[in-house]
Write a new protein. Structure first.
Lengths: 194, 194, 194, 194
DNA sequence: GATGAATGAGATTTCATTCAT
DNA sequence: TATGAATGAAATCTCATTCAT
């Protein structure tokens, strides 16, 4: 977060609101400017172009998102607890910010492939956090040895992402957070009865 | 697939190619018409509007996709084999049609919410197939009893979808199909070393 | 009216209906063909192009319109009675055919200048009838001597036309025909109290 | 006329010229913009859509038209002189602005019913001016007592309108203004010799 | 730094007309 | 004669971005 740039933050916050309320494609620069209380032209003093606003929104919000998750995880002692914490934090943060949930799960996906590549880059630190947990779990002999880390990470992230998206599309009508333990058990023990 | 409507199918096939090659937003109706070898106006004899082309593309292709998966599954005896077959068929079909893989994993997601709702409807039969497998596995005592079916379905679909998307974004440089057994094992047994 | 060309007349009648019901600009050739019960292409066996349909509609309908007025007038003995008759016939014929009234007063005026020139040509016989009455009235010393015939004709036609148009735009809610004597008196004696 | 909106007026004037020169249907927004010396998009900063340009043209021009007639009439002492003045002003203003004459008599009539309703609304003040003269003439015992005001108004307006339209269609080859006294005499005394 | 008026490229869709059958 | 599937030209309006003030 650029500090002491009040306009910068005003615009970021305005963008999240405008996108959540109007949808990605109906979020004109002029609408964001109006909501932020600045002139259209002012946007271009702080952002290179429209895409840069969107990337920055994601960067700022994801930055906080990941930072908080990382903090929480550091206080946990083993991989299993860390994984549960990650799931809980992932769910709780999106539960706590409805606008952000809509923007990340639905609206920002409507961007073109080029923009999505940039968004993927921003996600990388989060994916690293997941990878670290997997590696740690393996070292602790809590998780299996021969795990294919990228694949496991895709299962974890894919499951969380799909779960949140379904919850957003169902208009957030149920409690996402209380599903965390079950998701955790599914990821660690799978479907099998054994 | 509507039979004996050669123009209809020409346009569907052209749309997949054009979208895969140019991206969703650069896929003008005139480009699709040209690739299909028909006049722009002809498109509108077969489709209500541009969105209708896209929905139809997804409907036709997903229809085949799901049908083939369902057929393969029916030949398997138990839930575990069925799940593996579903994963293999999911991966092999997208491996076999690069254009379709790009369109479903990347391009069609750029559509607006209204169109995505229609796309979700089309996906429902696939999700039902997954649900059936879960229920069957539970009945056979291969899967656990207390499984939350929607959640398990979200894990399975989310994992497959994320895995395929990563593969497409890595430009399909590795063999997706050979990952099926590992994905299957992850889904059934989880990360745990037990 | 071309005789023994049933399709020709079907198309003319369909055109009047379609235009009255949908308005000039929403009257596509395909709609007229459908209402007439023929294929689109068949239209072009009987009419050169769309404009030709419209000109023909006006020609056929106006032909009858003028013919009937001329017949009625011939049975009258003097210019004053003839003028009254013309007014009555003008009003009664349009009162008796709502579709035609809408088409001539509102819809056909939306045509471009070129088409309106052709429509004006078709109106000429009607204007001649008016001119004849004026000349006869002058000869009979019922009307003034020094009358500028084109100007008088414009007053008569302009008054009738404006009166009918107002009636159509008021959705034909009052009795147009009963206004004929008053219109006649206004045209012959003017506003003056003398 | 909105003051201090130079672009607004430029566009209005350009629209009159373009419509007069090219006809209603061949008057693309881009042509009007070019003639006005602005970009296409600028049109939409001042007008809601194309129809709004046309309504505004008529509103601005008719506003002036009626205002000038009303001013001139106010300086006259009796209904008879007022009627003559109205006719003279009607003719002289259209004589003085050939483009406007073409636009009001020919081109604007090609608009669809919805637009014509708006145009009719704009005409209402003019029709009120006529009504006032009729009422005043009746009060002064210059005009007859029992006059049906709407009908008389339709005669007056219909006569003027038809006269001007004929003059425009004859390419304005004769002097319209010098016909005013004769039109006035026809309207007040009619055809009758008496 | 801040403004906001002006720019202008770009795409969907309609519908009169044709022509092979 | 009759059909109707196919054609393809053509125009409104939006909105990201600029730049003079």
């Amino acid at each position: 977060m650029k500090k002491n740039k009040p306009k910068y933050n005003q615009i970021i916050e305005a963008a999240v609101e405008v996108i959540a309320e109007n949808g990605y494609h109906a979020s004109q620069v002029s609408k964001i400017a109006k909501k932020a209380g600045v002139a259209d032209g002012t946007i271009y003093l702080y952002f290179k172009n429209k895409e840069d606003i969107l990337v920055s929104v994601f960067k700022e919000k994801m930055g906080q998102f990941i930072e908080r998750i990382a903090e929480s995880i550091n206080q946990k002692q083993n991989a299993d607890e860390k994984l549960l914490t990650l799931i809980q934090m992932h769910f709780s943060q999106l539960t706590g910010d409805h606008h952000l949930a809509i923007v990340t799960q639905l609206e920002l996906r409507q961007s073109n492939s080029e923009l999505r590549l940039k968004i993927n880059d921003i996600l990388k630190p989060y994916l690293s956090v997941i990878d670290d947990i997997i590696r740690e779990g393996t070292k602790e002999n809590v998780f299996r040895d021969e795990l294919n880390i990228p694949l496991v990470r895709q299962m974890i992230f894919g499951t969380l992402d799909e779960t949140v998206t379904n919850w957003v599309m169902k208009e957030q009508k149920y409690d996402l957070l209380e599903m965390a333990p079950e998701v955790h058990r599914l990821l660690t023990h799978g479907l099998s009865d054994k």
